[in-house]
Design a protein around this ligand. Structure first.
Ligand code: CA
Length: 230
């Protein structure tokens, strides 16, 4: 999941970013309201964590601007203790949740998961694709009855590719969402991770592209349910 964190207080931003990254999120941080708004309207995020008091442009104005532009990304507001007006105004303008500073990062992670699930309509924490089962909260994966051990990056890659089975995800999309890169690193980092993921998911005697298919010149896709069945 890719998150935009707009927060000008460096200690809070660093702490939140670290906590989110430890849970497998890819995080872009902006410390300025104008810059944050620009990122929010030009990049694709799964959720935005938005401080209210910001230099350049405040969080409420950013939220209002996003909703006016039809950007429906889930937004969690960070508010100062006691600022009830900000919270009410934020919720009225279409914020999905808010947290009062200071906060526990575990709670922030749980709430970001929750607003994202509400937004995507994915009420279940277990995603099933063919014979794959992916627990989005505990980050456990099974194929049939066999648990599959994945690194954090491999899990993020699998989570991204299984969002819409059958859909082709381009290398650029994968780099942005799974690695947080906005440039081509000119390496085979994606191919290497796809290969590792295929090995981990593989069943004996199975075609190597049984779960993750290469679409030449386009990208990768996870087979839609019927095709992925054993
Ligand atoms: Ca602030």
């Amino acid at each position: 999941m890719k998150i935009l964190l707009v927060e000008d207080e460096t200690p809070i931003a660093d702490f939140a970013r670290k906590g989110l990254e430890e849970q497998g999120f890819t995080v872009d941080v902006s410390s300025d309201g104008e810059d944050g708004f620009h990122l929010a309207t030009t990049q694709e995020y799964d959720a935005i964590i938005l401080d209210i008091m910001l230099p350049g442009r405040d969080g409420i104005s950013i939220l209002k601007g996003l909703r006016e532009k039809g950007v429906a990304v889930p937004v969690l507001l960070l508010t100062a203790r006691g600022s009830l007006d900000d919270r009410l105004q934020g919720l009225n303008l279409g914020a999905d949740d808010y947290m009062t500073k200071p906060f526990y990062v575990e709670e922030l992670v749980a709430r970001v998961h929750a607003i994202h699930r509400r937004h995507t309509g994915e009420r279940l924490t277990i995603r099933t694709v063919g014979d794959l089962r992916i627990n989005l909260l505990t980050r456990e994966v099974w194929r049939g009855d066999s648990p599959i051990e994945l690194t954090s990056r491999e899990f993020n890659l699998l989570e991204y590719l299984t969002r819409v089975p059958g859909r082709v995800y381009t290398r650029t999309q994968i780099l942005e969402h799974v690695w947080g890169y906005y440039f081509d690193p000119k390496t085979n980092v994606i191919d290497v991770h796809i290969q590792k993921l295929r090995v981990r998911l593989a069943r004996e005697g199975e075609d190597r592209e049984a779960v993750i298919q290469t679409v030449r010149g386009a990208g990768y896709r996870v087979a839609a349910a019927e095709a992925a069945a054993p």
